[in-house]
Design a protein around this ligand. Structure first.
Ligand SMILES: [Zn+2]
Length: 640
């Protein structure tokens, strides 16, 4: 302290404090700009909007046309006034009555797909035989999809993505700190609002995300990765009796065994194979239970079964990042009523390799982004406000067996083939889908600070206008015989708009801006250079000399600091760790602080300063962790 005061006196006397301060100021500004630029490129940010879709919103869409008996002029003036239609149903005509969702956590695509699709056959392949058998059955209404997840591939972010139909980023502005409950519009809250009864069992992450939405729930703690069976046994205990009850509309069972087996033993291990074999037996029993009640008037006459993963995993059982192994998962879907075979051919985009037993297993593809929109359309509830997905034609068509064309969109105008009628309905679903996505993009760009560029918005508006105009022409067709090629063209026009939106959103919310990050990094290097130059010139400029009082040789402090930095650097090699690092950083900082305190007390040096710093860090650490206490359970989910 004395040295500082003496230095101040000296510099003030010499009038040299200003050059000294200006260098510090320059370094500060350089540092701030560098950090801001780097963070702007690295921290993907999305603004959560507080809006919810409602049934009545559909009156603002151009998608419900008046019956053909009205004069044309009336149609243009009153495109939305159809209380009868709106009262009968919400946004889309429900295609299924009930939905069973079995989530198998960290389900790799090669756990589900037949091994003939891959070059090498591995021990963990072909274990879920029941799915191959169902998908290859003749005239089957079951299909295996390769489902592509968007990173980050952690359970929490994926469940959020699946239910909101959006792309969760690391920083979703608006999400309250420490409260994991989803505040954005989402599939589960739409189901609850529209009178659908939802039952949940398994991984308790669901309950944290949706605390008040389930009619019944049986959550099981998921934090103990060494426990392969508690959650799975809890699921099966409640799942099988529920299959014979009529008091729910949507049933969700989330199994964690495969994820935990991956984390502890890796994919190529005996516990993993045993888990998959156990799931095969469980799935067989579920399908038997559903099929036994799928006859006319049965509980599961109009039920759809989905068996799906939330993300994949690497061979070591890691997930969180964007590797192919982590983002590729699977969805197996099975309608309990057979859809018309012509329709399945119409929607087919799959490849069909022969499996090991000579059966044909078709593999289609779906984006997880499309899940919320597709399930909303199937169940007839409004699409979540922020959903940017597209109703997947193949998954939607699997429920076509339950769809009867009477009272279809065109009212008195019936198409003569069932395929045509279904496609007309699908065009209308896509019309609603595109209108809802366009509405979200418009609202998002006006309410978010970091929105989309004007160029991108104009391009999207042009695509939307083109599709909407084509649709208007289609509706003007008085003959009621819209040809299949026309319908296909219309579907393609909507696809092109929806695909462009998804592409733009991915570039904005899932890809780092490398240019901005590079400039930020460059500025940081420049500021370090200025730092070095300033230190070297400080003596000349202000008459200050840096005196090293450390004795020569490597001290314990230096070794310890290097060790801490090395541990911290190594920790970045694990990608599952990405959301835990805050706590570890605080732990390392606190440990270093404690050791310094001990050193100061022993050496009786700068006790007052060290004491103040310790108190300040104690207060800060508690303030930060206070925010995390509420989400401790959430943090424990990150590995699952
Ligand atoms: Zn998971």
């Amino acid at each position: 302290m004395d040295a500082l005061l003496a230095w101040r006196r000296r510099t003030e006397e010499k009038g040299r404090i200003w050059p000294f301060l200006s260098i510090f100021f320059l370094i500060l500004v350089l540092h701030l700009v560098a950090i801001l630029l780097f963070a702007r490129g690295f921290l993907l940010t999305k603004t959560e909007l507080p809006y919810y879709s409602k049934c009545s919103d559909i009156s603002q869409s151009p998608c419900f046309q008046p019956p053909h008996s009205l004069p044309l002029s009336d149609k243009r003036d009153t495109p939305h006034r159809h209380p009868n239609i709106n009262n009968e149903r919400c946004w889309t005509k429900p295609a299924i009555d009930r939905l069973v969702i079995i989530v198998l956590d960290a389900l790799r695509f090669d756990f589900v797909a037949p091994s003939c699709l891959f070059e090498d056959k591995k021990p963990w392949m072909d274990k879920l035989q029941v799915l191959h058998k169902l998908a290859s059955r003749e005239g089957s209404s079951a299909r295996i999809f390769k489902a592509i997840a968007d990173p980050p591939t952690t359970t929490l972010q994926r469940l959020k993505g699946l239910t909101t139909g959006g792309l969760p980023t690391f920083i979703d502005v608006g999400n309250s700190f420490g409260a994991p409950a989803i505040l954005e519009d989402n599939l589960i809250s739409q189901l609850a609002q529209n009178g659908k009864r939802v039952v949940m069992m398994g991984d308790d992450t669901w309950l944290q995300l949706f605390p008040h939405h389930f009619n019944e729930c049986y959550p099981f703690p998921s934090f103990n990765v060494k426990d392969l069976h508690t959650v799975d046994n809890g699921c099966t205990k409640h799942l099988f009796p529920s299959l014979y009850e009529g008091d729910w509309d949507v049933l969700i069972a989330h199994f964690l065994g495969v994820d935990h087996a991956g984390h502890i033993f890796g994919v190529n291990s005996i516990p993993m194979v045993e888990k998959l074999e156990q799931y095969n037996i469980i799935l067989e029993a579920i399908v038997d239970g559903l099929e036994s009640q799928s006859g006319p008037g049965g509980l599961h006459e109009n039920t759809l079964l989905l068996v799906m993963g939330d993300h994949g995993q690497t061979i070591n059982g890691d997930h969180g990042g964007g590797n192919a192994e982590e983002v590729e998962t699977a969805i197996f879907a099975m309608g309990l009523k057979k859809p018309p075979s012509a329709l399945m051919l119409e929607c087919d985009t799959s490849s069909c390799p022969l499996d090991s037993d000579g059966g044909i297993v078709c593999i289609s593809s779906i984006q997880q982004l499309d899940f919320a929109a597709t399930v909303s359309a199937l169940l007839g509830v409004p699409f979540p406000f922020g959903s940017i997905g597209c109703v997947n034609s193949e998954l939607y068509a699997l429920a076509a067996g339950t769809w009867n064309s009477e009272g279809s969109v065109r009212g008195i105008c019936q198409n003569n083939s069932s395929t045509g009628a279904w496609m007309q309905n699908y065009v209308n679903v896509l019309c609603i889908n595109s209108w809802q996505v366009k509405r979200y993009i418009d609202v998002y760009s006006t309410s978010s600070v970091i929105g989309f560029s004007n160029e991108d918005l104009l391009h999207l508006s042009a695509l939307y206008a083109q599709a909407a105009e084509m649709n208007l022409m289609l509706y003007k067709n008085e003959s009621c015989l819209t040809s299949l090629p026309d319908l296909r063209m219309q579907i393609d026009a909507y696809f092109s708009f929806l695909e462009s939106v998804a592409e733009l959103a991915r570039s904005k919310w899932t890809q780092f801006n490398e240019k901005t990050m590079g400039i930020g990094f460059g500025m940081m290097l420049i500021s370090l250079l200025v730092h070095l130059l300033a230190i070297r010139r400080l003596g000349k400029l202000c008459g200050v000399y840096i005196v090293s009082h450390a004795r020569s040789g490597i001290s314990f402090g230096l070794t310890f600091s290097c060790l801490i930095v090395a541990i911290r650097a190594c920790s970045f090699l694990s990608n599952s760790y990405i959301l835990e690092e805050g706590k570890v950083t605080i732990f390392l900082a606190a440990t270093t602080g404690m050791l310094n305190l001990r050193y100061s007390i022993i050496k009786k040096k700068m006790l007052l300063e060290v004491g103040i710093i310790r108190w300040l860090s104690f207060i800060f650490v508690n303030t930060f962790t206070g925010g995390w206490v509420c989400s401790l359970d959430l943090d424990s989910q990150i590995f699952y």
